[in-house]
Design a protein around this ligand. Structure first.
Ligand code: ARG
Length: 469
């Protein structure tokens, strides 16, 4: 069992069951490179402010580098009795550089250290998330472009409503994911605040230079209140909220992929490489990938609720409850990453059954609104026209026909306003082409939306590229 930094105060050894219970190393070891980077910056600052000597700082930095390489290679020994990644690295450092290692923790506490590590980790992961989202937007826009001539029924209440372009439907998802990009970018501002130097909760008596540390670690801002800095987890909650909303979008898309690939719809076919079969029913091709994306969404919501619940009654400042934040955060980061990656690969391989989609627009009275609009242009009030077409639908339905399959005479029996030209506007093409209002499904609108999206994506990709440098 390793020696504890607090052994001086205690007369009994920690019970093994307590070591297991309090240890977080299995979870937080993924923070090691940020912990080391943060410690190196801290050392530099301590030397610059003459709190430790340059010589001591150099040995500490050298030792930290050795530990980093050991962990990278998988040669570092993890031990539950050392609790967390911070204690592991500090203890490892004693083995590498001896007594001087004991100076590393001057003017800081694990409370501000863990806040720093998580912020650095989440800053990188948020940028990765944004990058993946932009790639996914590109996939969606490319698909919209390729299938610009595909029509299908749009639905409300999962009942056929009006015909739309498939590209218009896909571009609705583009809008959702571009709001997600905005949300994650906005989160980034609040993640990007440097907490180190808040120490346990009240700041420190040493003449530290927090702005210097922030500069070394590329933080544009230092936290303003030491108590808040060590007890704030809002930035994680925000990320989990943005991730939950993003998962809602992925889950809705999944639901449609599942429905559309059913034999009842038959609108699409999932690629064989992204589907699974049944162990008993030879005919089956199951949409397990979208089902799992939909299912994992529940876990992401769970992570958000879990952190909100962990935080809601905590007195200021740090409490050990907060150690549980990482289980929630890492879980969500992994799920979101995986779901986006799999959809980026899968979506371009979808088989679009253009003919089935088109055929579906020819039944279900999708042109009823257009017939009512026709009557309005001929002077009827919309409510009256609505009633009139309602009757026509009931009549056609009883004859097992669609509105455009009725004869002119039959149609005229519902209103004297009806002339032969009504048939021109009852076609799927016309219904789509005439919906030119801003944001409507007319092809020219959708093409413009695709153009705008392509420009935005190009700007975003350029921005990400610059940030990476
Ligand atoms: N493993 C702890 C966490 O993740 C680090 C902070 C420990 N601070 C303390 N006062 N025990 O929250």
């Amino acid at each position: 069992m390793a020696k504890k930094p607090w052994d001086g105060r205690f007369s009994e050894k920690t019970d093994i069951i307590v070591e297991d219970f309090t240890s977080s190393i299995d979870i937080d070891k993924r923070l090691y490179s940020y912990d080391i980077q943060g410690s190196i910056a801290h050392c530099r600052m301590l030397a610059r402010t003459s709190i430790i000597s340059e010589e001591d700082a150099s040995s500490l930095i050298e030792g930290l580098g050795i530990i980093k390489r050991e962990i990278d290679r998988g040669d570092f020994r993890f031990d539950k009795s050392l609790e967390d990644i911070h204690m592991h690295i500090e203890t490892g450092l004693i083995e590498k550089v001896g007594k001087v290692a004991q100076k590393l923790h001057t003017a800081r506490s694990r409370n501000d250290q863990v806040a720093l590590d998580v912020r650095m980790y989440l800053r990188a992961e948020t940028l990765n998330t944004i990058e993946r989202l932009v790639m996914f937007e590109k996939v969606i826009v490319d698909l919209s472009k390729t299938h610009i001539d595909v029509v299908l029924p749009g639905y409300t209440h999962l009942q056929k409503a009006q015909p739309i372009l498939l590209s218009h439907h896909l571009m609705a998802y583009y809008e959702m994911f571009s709001r997600d990009v905005d949300r994650f970018s906005d989160c980034l501002k609040r993640i990007n605040v440097m907490p180190l130097g808040s120490a346990a909760l009240a700041g420190t008596t040493y003449p530290i230079d927090r702005e210097y540390t922030a500069g070394l670690l590329d933080f544009p801002e230092v936290s303003a209140n030491s108590i808040d800095a060590v007890s704030d987890r809002d930035f994680i909650i925000e990320f989990l909220s943005a991730a939950s909303i993003c998962m809602v979008h992925l889950s809705r898309m999944s639901e449609e992929l599942i429905l559309w690939s059913s034999s009842e719809f038959g609108f699409i076919e999932l690629p064989d490489s992204f589907a699974t079969g049944s162990s008993i029913m030879p005919q089956k091709k199951n949409p397990d990938v979208p089902e799992l994306v939909r299912g994992k969404t529940g876990r992401v919501f769970g992570d958000l609720i879990s952190l909100l619940t962990i935080m809601k009654s905590l007195p200021l400042a740090y409490n050990r409850d907060m150690q549980e934040d990482k289980t929630a955060l890492f879980g969500t980061v992994d799920i979101l990453k995986e779901c986006l990656e799999i959809y980026i690969k899968m979506l371009p391989k979808l088989k679009i059954n253009k003919e089935v989609m088109r055929l579906a627009t020819s039944t279900g009275f999708l042109n009823a609104t257009d017939m009512a609009d026709y009557l309005v242009t001929r002077g009827m009030a919309f409510r009256q026209a609505h009633g009139c077409v309602g009757k026509a639908v009931a009549y056609a339905s009883s004859k097992k026909k669609e509105l455009h399959e009725l004869t002119l005479e039959e149609l005229k029996s519902f209103s004297s306003h009806i002339k032969k030209d009504i048939f021109d506007i009852l076609t799927t093409e016309q219904m789509i082409n005439r919906r030119k209002s801003i944001g409507g499904t007319a092809p020219e609108n959708v093409k413009d939306a695709i153009d705008r999206a392509e420009k935005d994506i190009a700007v975003n990709i350029e921005g990400l590229f610059v940030d990476d440098e």
